[in-house]
Design a protein around this ligand. Structure first.
Ligand code: BGP
Length: 474
């Protein structure tokens, strides 16, 4: 199906997964610099107590995009990309988060990158916080449970809007803010909200307070952007995962609905400007004391998002609890979906779920949508200098076909599609290089060894044709 001529076909990355150069250009230490990959079973995965000079984490080297971006952008241009999503590392702009004067070297770095993108006909799309708040804000301020972070984030956002508003029109505040619904897994608390639990602290309550502070910061950033340049579009960003009921049993249906309400209340606040009634009741019933001031409520109401950025990789399935309670317990209540295959990392592959989710998102929030992540992590095999990644093409083709139905048949207001990722990068959840997403191969292993050379995979040529044909040559 032919997509509109102004549709933004592109690709996405995050700063900490590609840049490397973690101590260059005046950059401070971020949580991503000291955190072991999220899903490793290593008990030490959560965080180091201090930054150990000799200790290296994959995010320290990324794919050295910091030094390679000019060449890589040429490859993106030849691919035909119309848009490129990246995040700004907060620590390049405010190294510790609590300074009042920004780091000029960091601003200059992104300025040159955005200019290079524009000069090559590529629209930069920017996330402000993608899993990498300054580490000092975790250690000394206690992460997002502390309201002081609101103004620090708004200062960071305002600095970026002021400096880059001519080059960057589309912004998102917090990447996958709804991942915090998985607060049972402590890496989400740390990575997304900078929370290390205190003895006796209730994780869910802390998560709700941290999330509230982030939502206020996000709404304040929206209001700041409007003042600086009314052309700016500032969105929220959610990991969209349909949560299907396992059966037609009403209890399963009710349970799955509440699971969706729970996961997407962040979107409700972003788009509708207020908390849903069920959640306020839930806080009360649990005895949670979430500090929401009258001024906060006013900011949330006024600072609603201009669009919604979403990522889509998979769907979940759930069934009712045996005790009849309509709330998640520590087991996460997710079950296997017998109809769906899985990736090597156990992610359920569900292209139809993307169309389902796009319709659901539009019906619920009535905002323009941008797909800012969708892709397939797989082991690639290099054969005679080539990578025949049919499995990646199959995944992208099936998802894009469903996306096109959502736009052309269902009338979903979709601004663009950014696949994850145009180039191999460090996996956020495993810290591996071996879990590859790219259309461009990077010769580097899990330990950072390799020539760093870039090679074009079969999927690169496939996506190139697809963009040139406006989505018809699937
Ligand atoms: C999303 C994150 C990305 C990216 C992607 C793939 O949740 O926003 O940063 O990493 O998932 O996940 P992974 O790298 O863990 O395979």
């Amino acid at each position: 199906m032919k997509m509109p001529s102004d549709f933004l076909w592109g690709g996405a990355v995050a700063a900490h997964q590609v840049e490397g150069a973690w101590q260059e250009g005046g950059k401070g230490v971020s949580i991503a610099d000291v955190m072991q990959a999220a899903s490793r079973t290593d008990p030490a995965r959560i965080v180091t107590d201090k930054v150990e000079p000799g200790k290296v984490y994959p995010n320290h080297w990324g794919i050295d995009f910091y030094h390679h971006y000019k060449d890589d952008i040429q490859l993106f241009k030849q691919l035909g990309m119309k848009a490129f999503r990246i995040s700004i590392a907060w620590t390049r702009i405010y190294p510790n988060g609590d300074e009042t004067t920004p780091n000029e070297a960091g601003l200059a770095y992104y300025e040159d990158m955005f200019n290079t993108l524009r000069a090559n006909g590529i629209e930069p799309i920017v996330t402000l916080s993608h899993f990498e708040m300054p580490y000092k804000l975790v250690q000394e301020y206690g992460g997002w449970r502390n309201r002081e972070l609101i103004d620090m984030f708004v200062r960071f956002a305002t600095t970026c809007f002021q400096r880059f508003h001519k080059q960057v029109r589309y912004w998102m505040t917090f990447n996958e803010i709804d991942n915090q619904s998985d607060w049972r897994f402590d890496h989400h608390l740390l990575q997304d909200s900078g929370l290390q639990l205190k003895p006796g602290e209730n994780a869910e309550e802390a998560m709700f307070q941290a999330s509230h502070n982030e939502l206020v910061a996000s709404a304040k950033a929206v209001l700041a952007a409007r003042k600086i340049d009314p052309q700016l579009q500032v969105g929220g960003m959610l990991a969209m995962v349909p949560i299907y009921p396992l059966t037609a049993k009403p209890e399963d249906q009710m349970f799955a609905m509440r699971a969706m309400q729970y996961r997407y209340f962040w979107g409700d606040v972003h788009c509708l400007g207020q908390y849903p009634a069920w959640l306020r009741n839930y806080w009360q019933e649990k005895g949670y004391n979430i500090k929401v001031t009258a001024a906060d409520a006013d900011i949330l109401r006024r600072g609603t998002a201009d669009f919604m950025g979403i990522s889509y990789y998979m769907s979940f399935t759930t069934e009712a609890r045996k005790d009849g309670k309509v709330e998640f317990d520590e087991h996460n209540n997710l079950v296997n979906n017998p109809y769906l295959p899985k990736s090597d990392w156990g992610w359920q592959i569900d292209p139809v779920g993307l169309r389902w989710m796009l319709n659901w998102t539009q019906d619920r929030w009535h905002k323009p949508i941008m797909i800012v992540e969708n892709g397939f992590g797989a082991y690639d095999k290099l054969e005679d200098g080539k990578i025949h990644d049919d499995y990646r093409i199959d995944y992208l083709r099936a998802h894009i076909a469903e996306m096109e139905k959502a736009v052309v048949i269902d009338g979903v207001d979709l601004i663009g599609y950014m696949m994850w990722s145009p180039i191999d990068l460090i996996s956020a959840s495993t810290g591996e290089m071996a879990k590859r997403y790219g259309l461009i191969y990077v010769d580097q292993d899990d330990k950072g060894q390799g020539s760093g050379k870039r090679l074009l995979k079969d999927s690169y040529f496939w996506y190139q044709k697809l963009i040139a044909s406006r989505g018809t040559e699937l």
